[in-house]
Design a protein around this ligand. Structure first.
Ligand code: ATP
Ligand code: MG
Length: 578
């Protein structure tokens, strides 16, 4: 595997002194014990992450600070202070208590990004139950799979989404009650959210938990197969807090906007837990992706820190460079990206158009918090995920668990035992154990580390292509493809070939005003050949209007491959309509 050609290093002019001043220094002196001091424990070492996210601020000087600026899809606006969120989540905890919720029960949320989603999540965790989230675009099958596997007793949904639940409710014997928001008609097993909240007291004694107790569970994105139920402990707040502080660089006067949905891990760890634990004011927008709306939100709320995903950035690029000029985006000071490999092209674009680079970071549902990142204080090498978070040992290992030297492709692995690491895979110990090799947690991603200690993503283990005896990472080919002026998005797969083992096949989405022609195809092939080794160009190119993605925005290469080979499509519950 070759080291990518783009070795440019971006040094940055920072608008503010970052929370993490010196990466090497932090690595050298890092002890989780010191970080624990930033978190509030109860007597006897007990802990509750909801208390840390909200109540400790509501009980202190941030009491009247805005925790949440909410904007609905139709432009409705609401504002909540830390005190408001504390009171409301206490009330909801009382509602659940009255319904007989017990420690360890699974309580699931199936809601759009409305304030109740956040309030309910915190309320559930305050009772000692385990909160689970489901993305509001799921169809009946996706809901059923998660509810069935988790054995949830209670489900919170609203009038808009309830019909999808009704289609599968009878197949869920474990589901006792549905808490319904914004409705007037109730079935025998349904509870009116508003009525119960009105009656409930705002005083609640938050359950003092063992830090190792489960607090929330999340199903993975399902990019490579059936989603797994990943369990996270209260102790994860330590890592969510410190990564939000050092990677997202949240300061008290920031306005922070994370565009993820809490149906996925980013929306839980950095839209409820880590971000609020840092006491920041955040914007939550209920609506879908829309370039104009997004830029206008940044302007209106004077967003300074923005955490989003490569797919969204590429779509903003597609919307053109003139659009952002119509808005005042000068409040932005730090940009981060996660969820998929971030090609160098979007970083160059944001530097040009927004005057700031996106900082890529890498982690997974199973990791519970950021694990490898680019930090404000560290130069960026575009295309690299950055360096391990202080206190995290990351390495590239071989199949025997031995560390590989810089520049060598291998399995990206982490030394087990960081605070936000998953505690189990729900009802699947075999799957859980399959992640580990000689004390390492093996991520399932292939990568290499360069001599400066930066990590570079190559592809998911199953996606790496073997062509003419060489291994080719899909990410580097895709990155070369999206540098072509006609291409906005690309996915490549290995297609079986009798001569070469596999050939590289690319699926590309063109920018507006470009037409798919043979000439363009040849030009694209030539373009990639000038950037990568001769064998690493796509022999086949297919033009598409869009690429299949998970609802969390990840390109589903396995689906493209299955379609190409006429194989069964596997689990498609997280597939977005495309
Ligand atoms: P499943 O495990 O069900 O197949 P998934 O792996 O897509 O789904 P997530 O846990 O949401 O579910 O995603 C984590 C994965 O996303 C990582 O293992 C990696 O493949 C990819 N990823 C996340 N961030 C980055 C990044 N910055 N660069 C490259 N890849 C990333
Ligand atoms: Mg995964």
């Amino acid at each position: 595997m070759e080291i990518p050609s783009h070795k440019i290093i971006y040094k940055k002019k920072l608008k503010k002194k970052p929370n993490l001043r010196d990466y090497d220094d932090a690595v050298k002196n890092f002890r989780w014990k010191d970080i624990k001091k930033e978190i509030e424990f109860f007597k006897g070492g007990r802990l509750n992450l909801a208390h840390n996210a909200i109540d400790r601020h509501a009980d202190g000087w941030r009491k009247n600070k805005v925790a949440l600026y909410w904007e609905g899809a139709d432009g409705e606006e609401e504002k909540y202070t830390f005190q408001d969120i504390k009171n409301l989540s206490n009330k909801f905890a009382n509602v659940l208590k009255k319904m007989g919720v017990r420690k360890g029960d699974r309580v699931f949320i199936f809601l759009p990004r409305i304030p109740e989603l956040y309030i309910c999540f915190l309320g559930i965790v305050k009772t000692g139950a385990i909160a689970g989230t489901m993305f509001s675009a799921f169809g009946p099958q996706g809901i059923k799979d998660r509810m069935e596997n988790s054995g949830a007793r209670f489900l919170i949904t609203n009038s808009e989404l309830k019909h999808r639940v009704y289609q599968i409710e009878k197949e869920l014997p474990g589901l006792e009650k549905i808490i319904l928001i914004g409705d007037k008609n109730f079935h025998y097993n349904e509870v009116c959210y508003e009525k119960e909240m009105d009656r409930a007291s705002r005083d609640f004694r938050v359950k003092r938990m063992n830090p190792e107790d489960h607090a929330f569970m999340l199903y993975t994105s399902g990019t490579t197969g059936k989603p797994k139920g990943v369990m996270h402990a209260h102790y994860s707040i330590i890592q969510e807090h410190i990564t939000a502080k050092w990677v997202l660089d949240l300061h008290d006067d920031d306005v922070y906007w994370c565009t993820a949905d809490p149906g996925w891990v980013t929306g839980v760890a950095y839209e409820i837990l880590g971000s609020w634990s840092c006491g920041v004011s955040q914007v939550i927008y209920e609506g879908r992706f829309d370039p104009e709306r997004w830029y206008s939100l940044i302007e209106k709320y004077e967003v300074s820190i923005w955490y989003t995903a490569p797919t969204a950035i590429r779509m903003l690029m597609k919307a053109g460079d003139r659009l952002p000029k119509k808005y005042d985006l000068s409040t932005l000071r730090h940009l981060c990206s996660v969820g998929e490999p971030l090609n160098p092209e979007p970083i160059r674009w944001s530097l040009k158009v927004l005057g700031l680079p996106f900082h890529d970071n890498w982690w997974q549902t199973e990791g519970g918090g950021i694990l490898i990142a680019n930090y404000p204080c560290m130069p960026i090498k575009p295309g690299s995920m950055g360096k391990p978070f202080p206190g995290i040992e990351a390495a590239i290992i071989d199949k025997d668990g031995k560390k590989l030297p810089p520049g060598t492709e291998g399995d990206l692995a982490l030394k087990s035992g960081w605070p936000s690491m998953m505690r189990e895979i729900w009802k699947n110990p075999k799957k859980y154990h399959s992640y580990f090799r000689k004390g390492w947690y093996v991520s399932g991603d292939r990568a290499f580390m360069d001599k400066d200690g930066y990590f570079w993503f190559i592809g998911r283990a199953d996606d790496v292509i073997k062509t003419s005896g060489e291994r080719v990472g899909p990410f580097e080919v895709e990155s070369a493809l999206v540098e072509h002026p006609a291409i906005v998005e690309a996915a490549v797969i290995g297609k079986p070939d009798p001569m070469r083992g596999e050939i590289i096949k690319a699926f590309v989405v063109l920018r507006e005003r470009h037409r798919p022609t043979d000439k363009l195809m040849k030009d694209i092939q030539r373009f990639v050949k000038t950037r990568l080794a001769g064998h690493a160009y796509p022999r086949e190119i297919e033009f598409r209007k869009s690429l299949p993605k998970t609802r969390s925005g990840k390109i589903m290469r396995r689906l493209l491959k299955a379609q190409e080979l006429g194989l069964p499509l596997g689990d498609t519950s997280t597939l977005e309509e495309y």
